[in-house]
Design a protein around this ligand. Structure first.
Ligand code: NAD
Ligand code: TYD
Length: 342
């Protein structure tokens, strides 16, 4: 049994690998990652000595890279690899189309030719676009993405469904809401706000701060992904959410209270272009079919996440300075680790 995980050096993929290699010692987990600015092999340090873990550096857009790394008889591809930050997609969308769309198609073609058992594709609630007040995004609703990031993730989903419909590839798509937890790159709201709050620095609030996001702890998400990988129905899409929609200002006030800092740190700045107002995901299908529901209450998950950032300030510093790239060089002896987008 071998699982080919793409983007496993990022935030969610690394949590999935840390869980999977420990819980399934008989399964080989291959972490295939291009190590862009978001890929950090320090995230795998707790497990990278285990015999069932292997890292291969490569780009999902490259047939040659993927073919050289993917084993025959691979039981599953789990595709996390993506450009994932909305603000970056507003500055330039080209890398998003390349990795998120072309990269996904490259993997689908190879998975089909290599007769991979199952293709799990990780998508986002952002493909549904902004919800109206009291409206919840369910699996059967039309897709209506707003940002270049969400548009590229939507295109990728269509290609996954097309591979299932046309060629009978065993595919499952998951759409997750906003994840938070340890090892998240400090460009996203919560890790940025936590590290600024811990140092008494201002926290940028886009626009009026009344946008709503549904927050899920990353460990709840990866537990759901393990279940979908093994028991999800072929060709289906499953929503994975925290059942916890909150306005950004409320999230930040809870955070500031938890770290004992004043609300005066909240600094309203120019709003994100085309900012979606409300994401709210209906995850009743996965509970009804597979028995999964989120278990980590937000305030508890936030407290442990704050503690992680407090205890791992060196990780944040190395991530911000780019020093984390040294880890790859030390571990794998290469002198030119990719610093794309760094
Ligand atoms: P991340 O940005 O932390 O990590 C992305 C990883 O993909 C990095 O390790 C990077 O090096 C790798 N990568 C990028 N381009 C690549 C390429 N061409 N070839 C191989 N590897 C490449 O992202 P994340 O937050 O861990 O998100 C993982 C997945 O989950 C993404 O598909 C994202 O769209 C989706 N998602 C994320 C969230 C969230 O809240 N973070 C929510 C919903 C869905
Ligand atoms: P983000 O973490 O970028 O995730 P996404 O855009 O995928 O939801 O942002 C979460 C929310 O926080 C979003 O409404 C934008 C807002 N935001 C801020 O107000 N300030 C910030 O510095 C960042 C990064 C985001």
């Amino acid at each position: 049994m071998a699982i080919f995980v793409t983007g496993g050096a990022g935030f969610i993929g690394s949590q999935f690998i840390r869980d999977t290699v420990v819980q399934n010692p008989d399964e080989l987990v291959i972490n295939f990652d291009a190590l862009t600015y978001a890929g950090n092999l320090e995230n795998l340090a707790p497990v990278d000595h285990l015999p069932n873990y292997r890292m291969v550096k490569g780009d999902i857009c490259s047939d040659a890279d993927v073919l050289a790394a993917i084993p025959d008889g691979c039981s599953a591809v789990v595709n996390f690899a993506a450009e994932s930050h909305v603000d970056r997609s507003i500055l330039s969308a080209t890398e998003f189309v390349k990795t998120n769309v072309l990269g996904t198609q490259t993997l689908l073609d190879i998975a089909r030719h290599k007769k991979v058992g199952r293709f799990v594709h990780i998508s986002t609630d952002e493909v549904g676009g902004s919800m109206e007040p009291n409206q919840w995004f369910s699996e059967d609703m039309p897709l209506n993405p707003s940002s270049p990031y969400a548009a590229s993730k939507t295109a990728a989903e269509h290609l996954v469904r097309a591979a299932h419909h046309t060629f009978g590839l065993d595919t499952v798509i998951t759409r997750t809401s906003n994840n938070y937890g340890p090892y998240q790159f400090p460009e996203k709201l919560l890790p940025l706000a936590i590290s600024n709050a811990l140092h008494g620095r201002n926290i940028p609030v886009y626009g009026d701060g009344l946008q709503e996001r549904d927050w899920i702890h990353v460990a709840d998400n990866t537990r759901a992904l393990g279940i979908v990988l093994r028991r999800g129905r072929s060709g289906q899409t499953y929503h994975i959410g925290g059942r916890n929609p909150l306005k950004n200002l409320d999230v930040l006030k809870i955070l500031l209270k938890a770290v004992g800092q004043p609300e005066s740190l909240l600094t309203h700045v120019t709003d994100r272009l085309g900012h979606d107002r409300r994401y709210a995901i209906d995850c009743s299908k996965i509970l009804a079919e597979l028995g999964w529901e989120p278990e980590i209450p937000f305030e508890e998950g936030l407290a442990s996440t704050i503690k992680w950032y407090q205890d791992n300030q060196k990780w944040v510093e190395r991530t911000r300075s780019g020093e984390y790239k040294e880890y790859y060089r030390r571990m794998y002896g290469e002198t030119s680790a990719d610093t794309t987008n760094a």
